[in-house]
Design a protein around this ligand. Structure first.
Ligand code: PPE
Length: 305
């Protein structure tokens, strides 16, 4: 259960949590065309709270809206301000922030015509996405029976609400079968992404990740690529198959919610020694320092409250 906070920002105002409701004729509720973001705010080493890569997340929100042909009735600056306001209004030092742009009620039928575009920014406390244990010891994943989107069916560069039906189905299937997470293949059979994360592998100390073609190009993915290259690692963006994961030395997932989560087993095959690898642990450790403002060269990624 999401732990309730006091206020939610909705259509330009901070309103009580209980009042942030919508009508059942909300267009997005029926047809799934809406866009959203997921952002984390961390309590930094100097005691201040900092929103991690706020500019990039809001930029992607507007890009998602452009792809989905939704006109957001607020400026990027106003949405960024709203993200800060929900944290301050709720006294949240660390939180997950969810800006959501959706089409409201008006006409029904798939064409939303000029139904109002509505915006909510919600913040809540959210711990480790796949659990504390997964961060430490790694998680168990299953290649999904569901295929990730063909870009001409659902455009993956946009974080569109409806895209997540595929994620929900895959995740539910994996959990039902006793795994923690689902890895989805693209329509050509190559690894695409997990239900809510990007996928990385390490082989002979070379790091590989899916090219940003049929995936959501994650902001955490971008951080990890930069951090790894700065540490002297070679990072390749190239398609790979599920069996390349099986014989990798290490595999890990990245996402705002999941942060850097090691994978210790895929489809009942242990990855490497079946424990988080050295490179994964190094990247994870640096990532947690970066988000908390411990490393000056990455501090420009943080918007302090
Ligand atoms: N792929 C998918 C499908 C995805 O949903 C996410 C984020 C990523 C990759 C990684 O993107 P980024 O957060 O920019 O590194 N998933 C979000 C939603 C989680 C949820 O369950 O809700 C997230 O991590 O915030």
């Amino acid at each position: 259960m999401v732990e309730k906070v006091k206020r939610i920002w909705m259509d330009g105002e901070l309103i009580p949590w209980e009042e942030a409701k919508v009508h059942v004729l909300t267009h997005t509720l029926h047809y799934g065309l809406g866009v959203f973001e997921g952002i984390r705010c961390y309590k930094c080493v100097d005691g201040r709270s900092g929103i991690f890569r706020l500019d990039e997340h809001i930029e992607r929100l507007f890009q998602s809206a452009r792809i989905a042909q939704i006109e957001i009735p607020f400026s990027k600056e106003e949405i960024k301000q709203a993200c800060k306001e929900v944290l301050l209004a709720n006294g949240l030092e660390e939180a997950y922030i969810r800006p959501l742009v959706f089409i409201g009620e008006g006409v029904m039928g798939v064409h939303p015509y000029d139904n109002p575009v509505r915006v909510a920014v919600i913040a809540w406390r959210w711990g480790a996405y796949l659990g504390e244990e997964a961060l430490k010891r790694g998680t168990r994943a299953k290649t999904s029976s569901f295929v990730r989107h063909h870009p001409n069916a659902m455009m993956t560069k946009a974080k569109i609400c409806g895209n997540y039906v595929n994620s929900v189905l895959a995740k539910r299937e994996a959990v039902k079968l006793g795994y923690d997470e689902a890895i989805l293949l693209d329509p050509d059979g190559y690894v695409a992404e997990a239900s809510g994360e990007n996928v990385f592998l390490v082989k002979d100390r070379v790091i590989k990740t899916t090219p940003p073609t049929t995936i959501l190009p994650g902001i955490t993915r971008d951080c990890v690529i930069k951090i790894a290259r700065d540490r002297g690692y070679v990072v390749i963006e190239e398609r790979f198959t599920r069996d390349e994961l099986y014989i990798a030395d290490e595999v890990f997932l990245t996402g705002t919610a999941a942060e850097v989560t090691p994978i210790r087993e895929i489809d009942d095959r242990p990855i490497g020694n079946g424990v988080p690898g050295e490179v994964t642990r190094e990247i994870q450790e640096i990532y947690f320092k970066v988000v908390r403002g411990e490393l000056p060269q990455y501090r420009h990624w943080i918007t302090y409250l």
